[in-house]
Design a protein around this ligand. Sequence first.
Ligand code: ACM
Length: 640
Amino acid sequence: MKRIACLLVFVSFLLSVAAQPKLSILPEPVEIKTGEGFFVLNPSSSISTSSTDAELSRLAEQLSATLSRSTGFKMPVRAGGIMTNNVGNILLQINKSNDAVLGNEGYRLNIGQAVVTISANKPAGLYYGIQSLLQLLPKEIDQKKAAANVNWQVPVADITDYPRFAWRGLMFDVSRHFFTKQEVKDFIDEMVRYKYNLLHMHLTDDEGWRIEIKSYPKLTEKGAWNVKRVGTFGNFTPPAADEPRDYGGFYTQDDIGELVKYAKERYVDILPEIDIPGHSLATIASYPELSCSPGADKYMVRSGEKIMNWYSGGFTALVDNTLCPANEKVYTFLDKVFGEIAALFPFEYIHMGGDECAKNFWEKNPEILSLMKKEKLKDMHEVQSYFVKRVSKIVSSKGKKMIGWDEILEGGLAPNAAVMSWRGMKGGIEAAKMGHEVVMSPTTFAYLDYMQSDPVVEPPVYATLRLKKSYEFEPVPEGVDAKLIKGGQGNIWSEQLYNTRHLQYMTWPRGMALAECLWSPKSARNWNKFTQKVENNFERMDIRQVKYARAMFDPVFVVKKDSRDSILIELSTEVEGLDIHYSFDNSHPDNFYPKYDQPLSIPKEAQVLKVVTYRNGIVMSRQIDMPVKEIRRRADAIKK
Ligand code: ACM
Protein backbone atom coordinates (compact mmCIF):
# COMPACT_ATOMS: atom_id res chain seq x y z
CA MET A 1 0.00 0.00 0.00
CA LYS A 2 2.83 2.32 1.02
CA ARG A 3 4.66 1.52 -2.25
CA ILE A 4 1.57 2.38 -4.27
CA ALA A 5 1.22 5.67 -2.40
CA CYS A 6 4.89 6.49 -3.11
CA LEU A 7 4.40 5.62 -6.77
CA LEU A 8 1.34 7.85 -6.96
CA VAL A 9 3.26 10.74 -5.40
CA PHE A 10 6.08 10.19 -7.90
CA VAL A 11 3.69 10.04 -10.88
CA SER A 12 1.88 13.19 -9.77
CA PHE A 13 5.30 14.87 -9.42
CA LEU A 14 6.17 13.83 -12.98
CA LEU A 15 2.82 15.10 -14.23
CA SER A 16 3.28 18.41 -12.49
CA VAL A 17 6.77 18.76 -13.99
CA ALA A 18 5.32 17.93 -17.42
CA ALA A 19 2.74 20.68 -16.95
CA GLN A 20 5.44 23.28 -16.25
CA PRO A 21 5.81 25.27 -19.41
CA LYS A 22 9.31 25.07 -20.81
CA LEU A 23 8.57 28.28 -22.65
CA SER A 24 6.08 30.49 -20.90
CA ILE A 25 4.02 32.41 -23.44
CA LEU A 26 0.57 33.62 -22.54
CA PRO A 27 -1.69 33.15 -24.50
CA GLU A 28 -0.34 29.75 -25.46
CA PRO A 29 0.94 29.66 -29.06
CA VAL A 30 -0.36 27.27 -31.68
CA GLU A 31 2.92 25.37 -31.97
CA ILE A 32 6.24 25.46 -30.16
CA LYS A 33 9.22 23.36 -31.21
CA THR A 34 12.00 23.62 -28.68
CA GLY A 35 15.70 23.22 -29.51
CA GLU A 36 19.09 23.20 -27.86
CA GLY A 37 20.95 26.21 -26.55
CA PHE A 38 20.15 29.88 -26.28
CA PHE A 39 20.01 33.12 -28.22
CA VAL A 40 21.62 35.89 -26.16
CA LEU A 41 21.22 39.64 -26.51
CA ASN A 42 24.56 41.42 -26.18
CA PRO A 43 25.92 44.99 -26.33
CA SER A 44 26.39 44.80 -30.11
CA SER A 45 22.92 43.38 -30.84
CA SER A 46 20.84 45.28 -33.37
CA ILE A 47 17.42 45.09 -34.96
CA SER A 48 17.03 44.75 -38.72
CA THR A 49 13.94 45.06 -40.86
CA SER A 50 13.23 43.38 -44.19
CA SER A 51 12.37 46.69 -45.90
CA THR A 52 12.44 50.42 -45.33
CA ASP A 53 8.66 50.46 -44.86
CA ALA A 54 7.76 53.16 -42.32
CA GLU A 55 5.56 50.92 -40.19
CA LEU A 56 8.21 48.25 -40.01
CA SER A 57 10.76 50.85 -38.95
CA ARG A 58 8.37 52.16 -36.31
CA LEU A 59 7.95 48.65 -34.91
CA ALA A 60 11.71 48.13 -34.89
CA GLU A 61 12.23 51.47 -33.11
CA GLN A 62 9.54 50.54 -30.57
CA LEU A 63 11.27 47.21 -29.91
CA SER A 64 14.66 48.87 -29.75
CA ALA A 65 13.40 51.36 -27.16
CA THR A 66 11.94 48.55 -25.02
CA LEU A 67 15.03 46.37 -25.17
CA SER A 68 17.52 49.23 -24.74
CA ARG A 69 15.72 50.55 -21.69
CA SER A 70 16.13 47.39 -19.64
CA THR A 71 19.31 45.89 -21.12
CA GLY A 72 21.20 49.16 -21.33
CA PHE A 73 22.42 48.05 -24.81
CA LYS A 74 22.08 50.55 -27.64
CA MET A 75 20.24 48.23 -30.02
CA PRO A 76 20.43 50.24 -33.27
CA VAL A 77 17.79 49.75 -35.97
CA ARG A 78 19.01 48.84 -39.47
CA ALA A 79 16.17 49.30 -41.90
CA GLY A 80 15.88 47.54 -45.25
CA GLY A 81 17.40 44.13 -44.92
CA ILE A 82 20.82 45.22 -43.75
CA MET A 83 21.60 42.26 -41.59
CA THR A 84 25.04 42.16 -40.06
CA ASN A 85 26.22 38.74 -39.06
CA ASN A 86 26.68 39.80 -35.49
CA VAL A 87 25.43 37.19 -33.11
CA GLY A 88 22.48 38.52 -31.15
CA ASN A 89 20.55 40.28 -33.91
CA ILE A 90 16.80 40.37 -34.35
CA LEU A 91 15.21 40.47 -37.79
CA LEU A 92 11.65 41.68 -38.39
CA GLN A 93 10.49 40.40 -41.72
CA ILE A 94 7.30 40.87 -43.71
CA ASN A 95 6.72 37.80 -45.90
CA LYS A 96 7.22 38.38 -49.62
CA SER A 97 4.48 35.92 -50.41
CA ASN A 98 1.49 35.34 -48.22
CA ASP A 99 1.90 32.58 -45.61
CA ALA A 100 -1.70 31.31 -45.60
CA VAL A 101 -1.47 29.69 -42.17
CA LEU A 102 -0.69 32.99 -40.47
CA GLY A 103 -3.49 35.25 -41.71
CA ASN A 104 -3.35 38.92 -40.74
CA GLU A 105 -2.21 38.55 -37.14
CA GLY A 106 -0.11 35.38 -37.08
CA TYR A 107 3.68 35.16 -36.92
CA ARG A 108 6.57 32.78 -36.92
CA LEU A 109 9.21 33.32 -34.28
CA ASN A 110 12.44 31.53 -35.02
CA ILE A 111 14.93 31.72 -32.18
CA GLY A 112 18.32 30.47 -33.32
CA GLN A 113 21.53 30.60 -31.34
CA ALA A 114 22.77 33.47 -33.53
CA VAL A 115 19.68 35.32 -34.72
CA VAL A 116 16.01 35.76 -33.91
CA THR A 117 13.72 36.11 -36.91
CA ILE A 118 10.12 37.17 -36.58
CA SER A 119 8.17 36.88 -39.82
CA ALA A 120 4.56 37.69 -40.59
CA ASN A 121 2.26 38.65 -43.43
CA LYS A 122 1.32 41.92 -41.74
CA PRO A 123 2.93 44.23 -39.18
CA ALA A 124 0.30 43.17 -36.61
CA GLY A 125 1.75 39.66 -36.74
CA LEU A 126 5.24 41.02 -36.11
CA TYR A 127 3.87 42.94 -33.15
CA TYR A 128 2.47 39.75 -31.63
CA GLY A 129 5.71 37.91 -32.35
CA ILE A 130 7.51 40.67 -30.45
CA GLN A 131 5.14 40.23 -27.49
CA SER A 132 6.00 36.53 -27.38
CA LEU A 133 9.72 37.25 -27.60
CA LEU A 134 9.46 39.73 -24.72
CA GLN A 135 7.75 37.09 -22.58
CA LEU A 136 10.60 34.66 -23.29
CA LEU A 137 13.31 37.09 -22.24
CA PRO A 138 14.20 37.25 -18.51
CA LYS A 139 11.58 39.09 -16.49
CA GLU A 140 13.92 42.05 -15.96
CA ILE A 141 13.08 43.00 -19.56
CA ASP A 142 10.05 44.72 -18.01
CA GLN A 143 12.26 46.98 -15.90
CA LYS A 144 12.12 50.66 -16.76
CA LYS A 145 15.84 51.16 -16.26
CA ALA A 146 18.90 49.10 -17.10
CA ALA A 147 19.12 45.93 -15.04
CA ALA A 148 22.58 44.74 -13.99
CA ASN A 149 23.90 41.18 -14.09
CA VAL A 150 21.17 39.70 -16.25
CA ASN A 151 21.95 37.10 -18.87
CA TRP A 152 19.55 38.19 -21.61
CA GLN A 153 18.98 34.76 -23.01
CA VAL A 154 16.08 33.10 -24.77
CA PRO A 155 15.86 29.33 -25.35
CA VAL A 156 16.22 28.23 -28.97
CA ALA A 157 12.77 27.48 -30.40
CA ASP A 158 10.59 27.62 -33.46
CA ILE A 159 7.13 29.02 -32.85
CA THR A 160 4.17 29.26 -35.20
CA ASP A 161 1.25 31.22 -33.89
CA TYR A 162 -2.00 32.85 -34.96
CA PRO A 163 -5.25 33.73 -33.20
CA ARG A 164 -8.39 31.63 -33.00
CA PHE A 165 -10.65 34.72 -33.03
CA ALA A 166 -10.35 38.09 -34.76
CA TRP A 167 -12.27 39.92 -32.00
CA ARG A 168 -10.33 39.77 -28.74
CA GLY A 169 -11.63 42.53 -26.59
CA LEU A 170 -11.80 44.12 -23.21
CA MET A 171 -14.56 46.55 -22.34
CA PHE A 172 -13.54 49.41 -20.08
CA ASP A 173 -16.32 51.39 -18.41
CA VAL A 174 -14.94 54.93 -18.19
CA SER A 175 -18.37 56.36 -17.43
CA ARG A 176 -19.21 55.19 -13.93
CA HIS A 177 -15.80 56.41 -12.87
CA PHE A 178 -13.72 58.51 -15.18
CA PHE A 179 -10.23 57.27 -16.05
CA THR A 180 -7.72 59.68 -17.56
CA LYS A 181 -6.25 59.45 -21.04
CA GLN A 182 -2.97 58.25 -19.51
CA GLU A 183 -4.78 55.56 -17.52
CA VAL A 184 -6.45 54.35 -20.72
CA LYS A 185 -3.03 54.21 -22.42
CA ASP A 186 -1.62 52.24 -19.48
CA PHE A 187 -4.55 49.84 -19.79
CA ILE A 188 -3.82 49.36 -23.51
CA ASP A 189 -0.15 48.70 -22.70
CA GLU A 190 -1.15 45.79 -20.49
CA MET A 191 -3.81 44.33 -22.76
CA VAL A 192 -1.53 44.09 -25.80
CA ARG A 193 0.94 41.94 -23.87
CA TYR A 194 -1.76 39.25 -23.99
CA LYS A 195 -2.56 39.92 -27.65
CA TYR A 196 -5.90 41.66 -27.16
CA ASN A 197 -6.75 43.75 -30.20
CA LEU A 198 -9.93 45.58 -29.21
CA LEU A 199 -10.71 48.16 -26.55
CA HIS A 200 -14.42 48.74 -26.11
CA MET A 201 -14.91 52.08 -24.35
CA HIS A 202 -18.21 52.42 -22.52
CA LEU A 203 -18.31 56.20 -22.90
CA THR A 204 -21.73 57.14 -21.57
CA ASP A 205 -24.00 56.07 -18.75
CA ASP A 206 -26.14 57.50 -15.96
CA GLU A 207 -23.00 58.60 -14.10
CA GLY A 208 -21.25 60.52 -16.85
CA TRP A 209 -20.90 61.45 -20.53
CA ARG A 210 -17.19 61.18 -21.31
CA ILE A 211 -16.60 62.41 -24.85
CA GLU A 212 -16.70 65.93 -26.25
CA ILE A 213 -19.51 66.33 -28.80
CA LYS A 214 -19.16 69.70 -30.46
CA SER A 215 -22.84 69.94 -31.49
CA TYR A 216 -24.00 69.32 -27.90
CA PRO A 217 -21.50 70.99 -25.53
CA LYS A 218 -23.61 70.56 -22.42
CA LEU A 219 -23.00 66.80 -22.59
CA THR A 220 -19.58 67.45 -21.15
CA GLU A 221 -20.14 70.83 -19.47
CA LYS A 222 -22.85 69.29 -17.34
CA GLY A 223 -23.08 65.60 -18.16
CA ALA A 224 -19.49 64.71 -17.25
CA TRP A 225 -19.72 65.75 -13.60
CA ASN A 226 -21.29 64.36 -10.46
CA VAL A 227 -20.73 64.44 -6.71
CA LYS A 228 -17.96 62.30 -5.33
CA ARG A 229 -19.18 59.63 -2.97
CA VAL A 230 -16.99 56.98 -1.38
CA GLY A 231 -18.12 53.57 -0.20
CA THR A 232 -20.38 51.01 -1.72
CA PHE A 233 -21.94 52.40 -4.88
CA GLY A 234 -25.66 51.98 -5.53
CA ASN A 235 -27.33 53.27 -2.41
CA PHE A 236 -25.49 56.53 -1.74
CA THR A 237 -27.41 59.42 -0.23
CA PRO A 238 -28.77 61.56 -3.08
CA PRO A 239 -26.62 64.70 -3.31
CA ALA A 240 -28.03 67.99 -2.06
CA ALA A 241 -28.62 70.72 -4.64
CA ASP A 242 -25.63 72.76 -3.45
CA GLU A 243 -23.06 69.95 -3.27
CA PRO A 244 -20.17 70.60 -5.67
CA ARG A 245 -20.46 68.63 -8.90
CA ASP A 246 -16.77 68.41 -9.63
CA TYR A 247 -16.11 64.68 -9.80
CA GLY A 248 -15.66 63.21 -13.27
CA GLY A 249 -14.09 64.35 -16.52
CA PHE A 250 -14.18 63.72 -20.24
CA TYR A 251 -12.00 63.24 -23.29
CA THR A 252 -11.76 66.11 -25.75
CA GLN A 253 -11.92 65.17 -29.41
CA ASP A 254 -8.15 65.74 -29.55
CA ASP A 255 -7.73 63.30 -26.64
CA ILE A 256 -9.76 60.74 -28.55
CA GLY A 257 -7.59 61.27 -31.63
CA GLU A 258 -4.52 60.68 -29.48
CA LEU A 259 -5.99 57.51 -27.93
CA VAL A 260 -7.07 56.11 -31.28
CA LYS A 261 -3.55 56.69 -32.65
CA TYR A 262 -1.91 55.23 -29.54
CA ALA A 263 -4.12 52.16 -29.79
CA LYS A 264 -3.59 51.77 -33.54
CA GLU A 265 0.19 51.82 -33.09
CA ARG A 266 -0.33 48.81 -30.85
CA TYR A 267 -2.79 47.12 -33.25
CA VAL A 268 -5.79 47.83 -31.05
CA ASP A 269 -9.08 49.13 -32.43
CA ILE A 270 -11.29 51.24 -30.21
CA LEU A 271 -15.00 50.47 -30.23
CA PRO A 272 -16.98 53.46 -28.90
CA GLU A 273 -20.21 52.77 -27.02
CA ILE A 274 -22.95 55.36 -26.60
CA ASP A 275 -25.39 53.51 -24.35
CA ILE A 276 -29.00 54.30 -25.39
CA PRO A 277 -31.96 54.42 -24.87
CA GLY A 278 -31.49 53.36 -21.21
CA HIS A 279 -28.53 54.32 -18.99
CA SER A 280 -28.96 57.90 -20.25
CA LEU A 281 -29.38 60.02 -17.14
CA ALA A 282 -26.21 62.07 -17.84
CA THR A 283 -27.59 62.87 -21.31
CA ILE A 284 -30.99 63.88 -19.94
CA ALA A 285 -29.44 65.97 -17.16
CA SER A 286 -27.66 67.88 -19.96
CA TYR A 287 -30.57 68.02 -22.44
CA PRO A 288 -33.87 67.31 -20.60
CA GLU A 289 -35.84 67.77 -23.82
CA LEU A 290 -34.59 64.32 -24.91
CA SER A 291 -36.78 62.71 -22.26
CA CYS A 292 -40.54 62.47 -22.53
CA SER A 293 -41.11 62.42 -18.78
CA PRO A 294 -42.37 65.55 -17.04
CA GLY A 295 -39.85 66.77 -14.45
CA ALA A 296 -36.78 65.64 -16.40
CA ASP A 297 -35.43 69.21 -16.18
CA LYS A 298 -34.76 68.47 -12.48
CA TYR A 299 -32.72 65.34 -13.18
CA MET A 300 -29.05 65.26 -12.21
CA VAL A 301 -26.14 63.13 -13.33
CA ARG A 302 -26.16 60.14 -11.00
CA SER A 303 -23.62 60.03 -8.15
CA GLY A 304 -24.34 56.41 -7.19
CA GLU A 305 -27.68 56.98 -5.49
CA LYS A 306 -30.46 54.47 -6.07
CA ILE A 307 -32.24 55.05 -9.38
CA MET A 308 -33.49 51.55 -10.20
CA ASN A 309 -35.39 48.87 -8.36
CA TRP A 310 -33.89 45.48 -9.13
CA TYR A 311 -35.81 42.34 -8.35
CA SER A 312 -35.46 38.77 -9.50
CA GLY A 313 -36.32 38.64 -13.16
CA GLY A 314 -36.58 42.38 -13.78
CA PHE A 315 -36.24 46.01 -12.84
CA THR A 316 -38.05 49.33 -12.88
CA ALA A 317 -36.60 52.83 -12.96
CA LEU A 318 -37.21 55.33 -10.15
CA VAL A 319 -36.25 58.22 -12.44
CA ASP A 320 -36.73 58.00 -16.20
CA ASN A 321 -33.17 57.47 -17.43
CA THR A 322 -34.22 56.72 -21.02
CA LEU A 323 -34.16 58.71 -24.22
CA CYS A 324 -37.68 59.06 -25.59
CA PRO A 325 -38.27 56.90 -28.69
CA ALA A 326 -41.33 59.01 -29.58
CA ASN A 327 -39.40 62.27 -29.72
CA GLU A 328 -37.93 63.30 -33.09
CA LYS A 329 -35.41 65.54 -31.31
CA VAL A 330 -33.79 62.34 -30.02
CA TYR A 331 -33.07 61.13 -33.56
CA THR A 332 -31.69 64.54 -34.58
CA PHE A 333 -29.47 64.38 -31.50
CA LEU A 334 -28.30 60.85 -32.30
CA ASP A 335 -27.63 61.74 -35.93
CA LYS A 336 -25.25 64.48 -34.82
CA VAL A 337 -23.65 62.43 -32.04
CA PHE A 338 -23.05 59.36 -34.20
CA GLY A 339 -21.80 61.63 -37.00
CA GLU A 340 -19.10 62.99 -34.70
CA ILE A 341 -18.36 59.57 -33.21
CA ALA A 342 -18.01 58.02 -36.68
CA ALA A 343 -15.51 60.70 -37.67
CA LEU A 344 -13.43 60.15 -34.52
CA PHE A 345 -13.20 56.35 -34.41
CA PRO A 346 -11.97 54.55 -37.54
CA PHE A 347 -13.20 51.15 -36.28
CA GLU A 348 -15.96 49.70 -38.47
CA TYR A 349 -18.46 49.26 -35.61
CA ILE A 350 -20.28 51.63 -33.28
CA HIS A 351 -21.88 50.20 -30.12
CA MET A 352 -25.30 51.60 -29.24
CA GLY A 353 -25.69 49.88 -25.86
CA GLY A 354 -29.36 48.93 -25.72
CA ASP A 355 -29.15 47.12 -22.38
CA GLU A 356 -31.32 47.36 -19.30
CA CYS A 357 -33.78 49.91 -20.63
CA ALA A 358 -36.57 50.34 -18.08
CA LYS A 359 -39.98 50.61 -19.72
CA ASN A 360 -42.14 51.62 -16.73
CA PHE A 361 -42.14 55.34 -17.65
CA TRP A 362 -42.81 54.53 -21.32
CA GLU A 363 -45.85 52.44 -20.40
CA LYS A 364 -47.60 55.52 -19.00
CA ASN A 365 -46.43 58.05 -21.55
CA PRO A 366 -49.03 59.46 -23.99
CA GLU A 367 -46.41 60.24 -26.66
CA ILE A 368 -45.20 56.65 -26.61
CA LEU A 369 -48.74 55.30 -26.63
CA SER A 370 -49.53 57.36 -29.72
CA LEU A 371 -46.25 56.22 -31.37
CA MET A 372 -47.36 52.63 -30.74
CA LYS A 373 -50.66 53.30 -32.42
CA LYS A 374 -49.11 55.05 -35.38
CA GLU A 375 -46.36 52.43 -35.92
CA LYS A 376 -48.54 49.45 -34.91
CA LEU A 377 -46.19 48.45 -32.11
CA LYS A 378 -47.66 45.76 -29.87
CA ASP A 379 -45.65 46.15 -26.70
CA MET A 380 -42.70 47.89 -25.11
CA HIS A 381 -40.22 45.46 -26.69
CA GLU A 382 -41.47 46.56 -30.08
CA VAL A 383 -41.11 50.19 -29.03
CA GLN A 384 -37.49 49.53 -28.15
CA SER A 385 -37.02 47.63 -31.40
CA TYR A 386 -38.49 50.61 -33.34
CA PHE A 387 -35.89 52.81 -31.63
CA VAL A 388 -33.03 50.38 -32.29
CA LYS A 389 -33.94 50.08 -35.97
CA ARG A 390 -33.94 53.86 -36.37
CA VAL A 391 -30.58 54.09 -34.62
CA SER A 392 -29.26 51.36 -36.88
CA LYS A 393 -30.22 53.45 -39.93
CA ILE A 394 -28.42 56.46 -38.46
CA VAL A 395 -25.30 54.38 -37.75
CA SER A 396 -25.36 52.94 -41.31
CA SER A 397 -25.75 56.44 -42.74
CA LYS A 398 -22.38 57.25 -41.12
CA GLY A 399 -20.76 54.32 -42.93
CA LYS A 400 -20.55 52.15 -39.80
CA LYS A 401 -21.93 48.80 -38.65
CA MET A 402 -23.98 48.72 -35.48
CA ILE A 403 -23.49 46.41 -32.51
CA GLY A 404 -25.52 46.34 -29.30
CA TRP A 405 -26.06 44.34 -26.11
CA ASP A 406 -28.35 41.35 -26.55
CA GLU A 407 -31.50 43.26 -25.51
CA ILE A 408 -31.52 44.65 -29.05
CA LEU A 409 -32.94 41.27 -30.06
CA GLU A 410 -36.13 41.96 -28.12
CA GLY A 411 -39.03 43.00 -30.31
CA GLY A 412 -37.06 42.20 -33.49
CA LEU A 413 -33.41 42.71 -34.40
CA ALA A 414 -32.38 45.45 -36.84
CA PRO A 415 -31.09 44.07 -40.15
CA ASN A 416 -27.28 43.70 -40.17
CA ALA A 417 -26.92 44.54 -36.47
CA ALA A 418 -24.28 42.56 -34.59
CA VAL A 419 -25.06 41.33 -31.09
CA MET A 420 -22.88 41.35 -28.00
CA SER A 421 -24.21 38.55 -25.82
CA TRP A 422 -23.90 39.32 -22.12
CA ARG A 423 -26.89 37.65 -20.42
CA GLY A 424 -25.23 34.28 -20.96
CA MET A 425 -24.73 32.87 -24.46
CA LYS A 426 -28.44 32.67 -25.28
CA GLY A 427 -28.76 35.98 -27.11
CA GLY A 428 -25.63 35.22 -29.12
CA ILE A 429 -26.97 31.83 -30.15
CA GLU A 430 -30.30 33.33 -31.18
CA ALA A 431 -28.63 36.09 -33.21
CA ALA A 432 -26.20 33.69 -34.91
CA LYS A 433 -29.10 31.40 -35.84
CA MET A 434 -30.67 34.42 -37.54
CA GLY A 435 -27.42 34.96 -39.47
CA HIS A 436 -26.13 37.94 -37.46
CA GLU A 437 -22.58 38.46 -36.27
CA VAL A 438 -21.97 37.87 -32.58
CA VAL A 439 -19.43 38.76 -29.93
CA MET A 440 -19.66 36.66 -26.77
CA SER A 441 -19.14 38.38 -23.42
CA PRO A 442 -21.36 36.41 -21.04
CA THR A 443 -21.54 37.27 -17.35
CA THR A 444 -20.85 33.61 -16.60
CA PHE A 445 -17.26 33.75 -17.86
CA ALA A 446 -16.38 37.29 -18.86
CA TYR A 447 -17.58 39.79 -16.23
CA LEU A 448 -14.39 41.07 -14.73
CA ASP A 449 -16.19 43.38 -12.31
CA TYR A 450 -17.44 40.34 -10.39
CA MET A 451 -15.70 39.18 -7.21
CA GLN A 452 -12.89 36.71 -7.79
CA SER A 453 -12.72 34.98 -4.42
CA ASP A 454 -14.93 34.42 -1.41
CA PRO A 455 -17.22 37.40 -0.70
CA VAL A 456 -15.86 37.58 2.85
CA VAL A 457 -12.54 38.91 1.48
CA GLU A 458 -13.47 40.65 -1.76
CA PRO A 459 -14.73 44.19 -2.25
CA PRO A 460 -18.48 43.52 -2.45
CA VAL A 461 -20.10 43.02 -5.84
CA TYR A 462 -23.31 41.12 -6.48
CA ALA A 463 -21.73 38.03 -8.09
CA THR A 464 -18.54 35.98 -8.21
CA LEU A 465 -16.44 34.79 -11.12
CA ARG A 466 -13.34 32.83 -10.20
CA LEU A 467 -10.30 32.58 -12.46
CA LYS A 468 -10.89 28.91 -13.21
CA LYS A 469 -14.39 29.63 -14.47
CA SER A 470 -13.09 32.43 -16.73
CA TYR A 471 -10.62 29.93 -18.15
CA GLU A 472 -13.53 27.69 -19.19
CA PHE A 473 -14.90 30.33 -21.57
CA GLU A 474 -15.80 28.75 -24.91
CA PRO A 475 -17.15 31.42 -27.27
CA VAL A 476 -18.53 29.04 -29.91
CA PRO A 477 -21.63 27.23 -28.67
CA GLU A 478 -22.68 23.98 -30.26
CA GLY A 479 -25.04 24.17 -33.18
CA VAL A 480 -24.16 27.65 -34.45
CA ASP A 481 -22.14 28.67 -37.48
CA ALA A 482 -18.70 29.35 -35.98
CA LYS A 483 -18.01 31.92 -38.70
CA LEU A 484 -20.63 34.21 -37.15
CA ILE A 485 -18.93 34.21 -33.76
CA LYS A 486 -16.42 36.98 -34.21
CA GLY A 487 -14.87 36.37 -30.83
CA GLY A 488 -15.34 37.53 -27.30
CA GLN A 489 -14.42 40.01 -24.67
CA GLY A 490 -14.16 40.59 -20.96
CA ASN A 491 -16.14 43.47 -19.47
CA ILE A 492 -14.91 45.67 -16.66
CA TRP A 493 -17.77 47.75 -15.33
CA SER A 494 -16.63 50.49 -13.02
CA GLU A 495 -19.40 51.18 -10.52
CA GLN A 496 -17.04 49.85 -7.84
CA LEU A 497 -13.76 50.89 -9.47
CA TYR A 498 -12.49 54.06 -7.93
CA ASN A 499 -8.91 53.97 -9.16
CA THR A 500 -6.52 52.40 -11.60
CA ARG A 501 -4.92 50.06 -9.04
CA HIS A 502 -8.28 48.44 -8.39
CA LEU A 503 -8.95 48.33 -12.13
CA GLN A 504 -5.74 46.32 -12.53
CA TYR A 505 -6.65 44.07 -9.59
CA MET A 506 -9.98 43.21 -11.19
CA THR A 507 -8.62 42.74 -14.71
CA TRP A 508 -5.62 40.48 -14.03
CA PRO A 509 -5.27 37.55 -14.12
CA ARG A 510 -8.82 36.90 -15.37
CA GLY A 511 -7.94 38.98 -18.43
CA MET A 512 -5.13 36.48 -19.08
CA ALA A 513 -7.58 33.58 -18.91
CA LEU A 514 -9.90 35.18 -21.46
CA ALA A 515 -6.93 36.12 -23.66
CA GLU A 516 -5.92 32.46 -23.85
CA CYS A 517 -9.53 31.43 -24.60
CA LEU A 518 -9.68 33.96 -27.44
CA TRP A 519 -6.23 33.51 -28.98
CA SER A 520 -5.14 29.91 -28.45
CA PRO A 521 -6.45 26.74 -30.05
CA LYS A 522 -8.98 25.07 -27.77
CA SER A 523 -6.76 21.98 -27.66
CA ALA A 524 -3.86 24.03 -26.24
CA ARG A 525 -5.72 24.96 -23.08
CA ASN A 526 -4.24 23.42 -19.95
CA TRP A 527 -5.23 24.80 -16.55
CA ASN A 528 -2.09 23.73 -14.64
CA LYS A 529 0.21 25.08 -17.30
CA PHE A 530 -1.86 28.25 -17.49
CA THR A 531 -1.61 28.92 -13.74
CA GLN A 532 2.15 28.38 -13.89
CA LYS A 533 2.34 30.98 -16.67
CA VAL A 534 0.12 33.31 -14.64
CA GLU A 535 2.61 33.04 -11.78
CA ASN A 536 5.45 33.91 -14.17
CA ASN A 537 3.45 36.92 -15.28
CA PHE A 538 2.86 37.98 -11.67
CA GLU A 539 6.64 38.25 -11.26
CA ARG A 540 6.77 40.48 -14.32
CA MET A 541 3.86 42.57 -13.13
CA ASP A 542 5.66 43.10 -9.84
CA ILE A 543 8.50 44.59 -11.85
CA ARG A 544 6.09 46.72 -13.89
CA GLN A 545 4.28 47.69 -10.68
CA VAL A 546 0.95 46.54 -12.07
CA LYS A 547 -1.49 45.20 -9.53
CA TYR A 548 -3.18 41.81 -9.88
CA ALA A 549 -5.35 39.52 -7.80
CA ARG A 550 -3.79 36.49 -6.12
CA ALA A 551 -7.29 35.09 -5.60
CA MET A 552 -6.42 31.87 -7.43
CA PHE A 553 -4.38 30.86 -4.37
CA ASP A 554 -7.26 31.51 -1.97
CA PRO A 555 -9.05 28.54 -0.43
CA VAL A 556 -12.51 27.77 -1.76
CA PHE A 557 -15.17 27.19 0.90
CA VAL A 558 -18.08 24.84 0.31
CA VAL A 559 -20.56 24.41 3.14
CA LYS A 560 -22.46 21.12 3.20
CA LYS A 561 -24.59 19.08 5.53
CA ASP A 562 -24.01 15.45 6.35
CA SER A 563 -26.72 12.78 6.66
CA ARG A 564 -27.37 13.84 10.29
CA ASP A 565 -27.80 17.48 9.27
CA SER A 566 -24.46 18.55 10.80
CA ILE A 567 -22.51 21.24 9.02
CA LEU A 568 -19.35 20.24 7.15
CA ILE A 569 -16.92 22.66 5.54
CA GLU A 570 -15.07 21.48 2.48
CA LEU A 571 -11.94 23.40 1.55
CA SER A 572 -10.11 23.20 -1.75
CA THR A 573 -7.90 25.27 -4.02
CA GLU A 574 -8.12 26.03 -7.71
CA VAL A 575 -4.35 25.86 -8.11
CA GLU A 576 -2.72 22.48 -7.62
CA GLY A 577 0.02 21.78 -5.10
CA LEU A 578 -1.13 24.05 -2.28
CA ASP A 579 -1.49 23.03 1.36
CA ILE A 580 -4.39 24.46 3.32
CA HIS A 581 -3.87 25.30 6.99
CA TYR A 582 -6.54 26.44 9.38
CA SER A 583 -7.49 27.50 12.89
CA PHE A 584 -10.74 27.70 14.84
CA ASP A 585 -9.17 29.36 17.90
CA ASN A 586 -9.03 32.98 16.65
CA SER A 587 -5.25 32.89 16.09
CA HIS A 588 -3.67 33.36 12.65
CA PRO A 589 -2.80 30.00 11.09
CA ASP A 590 0.53 29.36 9.36
CA ASN A 591 2.08 26.22 7.93
CA PHE A 592 2.66 24.79 11.41
CA TYR A 593 -1.10 24.73 12.01
CA PRO A 594 -3.31 21.75 11.20
CA LYS A 595 -3.30 20.86 7.52
CA TYR A 596 -6.70 20.39 5.97
CA ASP A 597 -7.23 16.82 4.80
CA GLN A 598 -10.93 16.18 5.30
CA PRO A 599 -14.15 18.19 5.67
CA LEU A 600 -14.26 20.17 8.91
CA SER A 601 -16.92 20.29 11.58
CA ILE A 602 -17.32 23.42 13.66
CA PRO A 603 -16.05 22.94 17.22
CA LYS A 604 -18.53 23.94 19.87
CA GLU A 605 -18.33 27.69 20.59
CA ALA A 606 -15.88 28.45 17.74
CA GLN A 607 -16.45 31.92 16.30
CA VAL A 608 -14.30 31.96 13.20
CA LEU A 609 -12.54 29.59 10.81
CA LYS A 610 -9.26 31.12 9.60
CA VAL A 611 -7.68 29.57 6.53
CA VAL A 612 -4.49 30.18 4.57
CA THR A 613 -2.64 28.31 1.79
CA TYR A 614 1.06 27.52 1.53
CA ARG A 615 3.39 26.01 -1.04
CA ASN A 616 6.73 24.60 0.09
CA GLY A 617 6.66 26.67 3.24
CA ILE A 618 5.81 29.91 1.42
CA VAL A 619 2.52 31.61 2.09
CA MET A 620 0.51 31.85 -1.14
CA SER A 621 -2.96 33.13 -0.28
CA ARG A 622 -4.49 35.79 1.85
CA GLN A 623 -5.73 34.60 5.21
CA ILE A 624 -9.48 34.25 4.95
CA ASP A 625 -11.40 34.74 8.18
CA MET A 626 -14.73 33.00 7.75
CA PRO A 627 -17.14 33.84 10.57
CA VAL A 628 -18.97 30.80 11.90
CA LYS A 629 -22.14 32.86 11.63
CA GLU A 630 -21.55 33.12 7.87
CA ILE A 631 -20.94 29.35 7.65
CA ARG A 632 -24.26 28.77 9.40
CA ARG A 633 -25.98 31.26 7.09
CA ARG A 634 -24.67 29.35 4.05
CA ALA A 635 -25.76 26.06 5.61
CA ASP A 636 -29.26 27.43 6.22
CA ALA A 637 -29.42 28.52 2.58
CA ILE A 638 -28.90 24.89 1.46
CA LYS A 639 -32.39 23.96 2.61
CA LYS A 640 -34.05 26.59 0.48
C1 ACM B 1 -24.65 44.98 -19.12
O1 ACM B 1 -23.94 44.35 -18.33
N1 ACM B 1 -25.66 45.70 -18.65
C2 ACM B 1 -24.42 44.96 -20.55
